[in-house]
Design a protein around this ligand. Structure first.
Ligand SMILES: Cc1ncc(COP(=O)(O)O)c(C=O)c1O
Length: 420
């Protein structure tokens, strides 16, 4: 085995050329987006219900209906808003438990708490998504729903999750915030469960700065989500709803966001086809490297391909591997590092770990309908922390050229060989 001197030990790095920022949607923003937003601003019709027939938000909802195949879609102000509306749409509330993975952004458990339910944290497996075996283990009489989260573009094992949900009579809300455009066995993510929730925030596959969408095949779920998203929904569309009104929020999307998101949506296929090709190129080139494996995917074709994820034997090796890759000029990162309080890892969800709340009576935690013996602590999902600690990630962008993929693969091989 030819072991080159690593850059971390004073050798020559694989590259000294800086990588572009790993943006997806934001890197694609151009004149078309600018013109679409400018046209809305010039029209003066920046509120979606002012001119429903020409609404950009309504156009975006149609694009998402076509893409997901879901009968109903609702544009909202963000991914968190989409999750709240989705949960309310399903009827999740006080006394309910929702099972979600220990690896997701803190907005996922927040949305559950905001609805009056409590999160139950399940382990992930090496796919970096929720472990169906642990989901089944964590079901109680209070469990109402499962929230699989397609983190970093990785599809969850939806076959197993839907099977568990059916057998235990549970609802499924997919958090697709980080996987817009991803597929699972030929079906779009977000269209497999009872409701799918998307985010259009800056760091996502496509963006409007902020924004989100809810997708469902259920008229009832849609109506409830729409009422929650706008306290005046029953006045905008009185003839169309059969659901008895209840208090809502203001989670409306505005027309500038709608216009920007429509243009971005049309770029989505191209963005993902490029990231998938880049990742395929890298994975093919490093498949036989010693001492590492790529995180297994539940559907390599449907996966968004926006993350290279490598698994090492131990946390120490992963940390060294990551530092060595960085020295070679590769923008690698770790997922769980005790020195970085990353809100994507459950042990850093302070208000869950400490069961704190804005409510002076401590709701929803203190509700008599909840299990008061349920507690949380940072070590409660040791397998999740161990897997994340052994993982090294490299984010990909459609702006990367073939040389970037070559450098990534070359550096992974060089480091793996040297450390073997
Ligand atoms: C997995 C996940 N869920 C939910 C959200 C919330 O989305 P938003 O920031 O649009 O409210 C995010 C955003 O980063 C996320 O990554």
């Amino acid at each position: 085995m030819n072991k080159e001197k690593l850059a971390i030990n004073g050798g020559a790095p694989v590259t000294t050329r800086p990588f572009p920022e790993p943006w997806l949607g934001p890197a694609a923003i151009g004149e078309e987006e600018a013109q679409a937003v400018a046209a809305v601003v010039r029209s003066g019709k920046i509120f979606r219900y002012l001119a429903p027939e020409s609404s950009q938000c309504a156009a975006l909802e149609r694009l998402f209906r076509d893409f997901t195949g879901c009968r109903y879609t609702l544009a909202v102000g963000g991914g968190t808003a989409a999750l709240i509306c989705g949960l309310v749409g399903l009827g999740v509330g006080d006394g309910d438990e929702v099972i979600l993975p220990g690896f997701t952004y803190v907005a996922s458990p927040s949305s559950i708490l905001i609805c009056g339910a409590v999160p139950v944290i399940a382990e992930i497996d090496e796919s970096l998504t929720i472990d169906p075996v642990d989901v089944e283990r964590k079901i109680t009489a209070r469990t109402r729903a499962i929230m699989p989260v397609h983190m970093r573009g990785f599809p969850c094992n939806m076959e197993r999750i839907m099977d568990i949900a059916r057998r235990h009579n549970l609802l499924v809300i997919e958090d697709c915030a980080q996987a817009c455009g991803g597929m699972y066995k030929g079906k779009p993510l977000g269209a497999l469960g009872d409701v799918g929730c998307f985010s259009l925030q800056q760091y996502k596959v496509i963006t409007a700065g902020e924004g989100g969408l809810v997708a469902t095949n259920s008229r009832r779920v849609y109506e409830r989500a729409a009422i929650r998203h706008d306290s005046a929904m029953c006045f905008w569309e009185p003839a169309n709803t059969t659901t008895t009104p209840f208090p809502g929020e203001n989670f409306r999307m505005n027309e500038m966001e709608g216009a920007l998101a429509c243009v971005q949506f049309r770029r989505m296929a191209e963005i993902l086809s490029r990231t998938r090709a880049l990742r395929r190129q890298i994975y093919e080139a490093v498949g036989d490297c010693p001492g590492i494996k790529t995180c297994p995917s539940t559907d390599p074709e449907g996966d968004c391909g926006i993350t290279v994820a490598l698994l090492l034997d131990s946390g120490d090796k992963a940390r060294l591997f990551c530092e060595a890759l960085k020295a070679e000029g590769i923008p690698a990162g770790s997922v769980y590092d005790k020195s970085i309080p990353d809100r994507h890892v459950y042990c850093y969800w302070e208000y869950v770990m400490e069961k704190s709340s804005h409510d002076r009576n401590g709701r929803p935690w203190s509700s008599p309908l909840h299990d008061q013996t349920r507690n949380y602590h940072p070590d409660m999902c040791p397998r999740t922390l161990a897997i994340l600690g052994r993982t090294v990630v490299i984010s990909l962008s459609q702006t990367y050229e073939d040389c970037h993929a070559r450098w990534i693969a070359e550096a992974i091989r060089k480091v793996a060989t040297a450390l073997a």
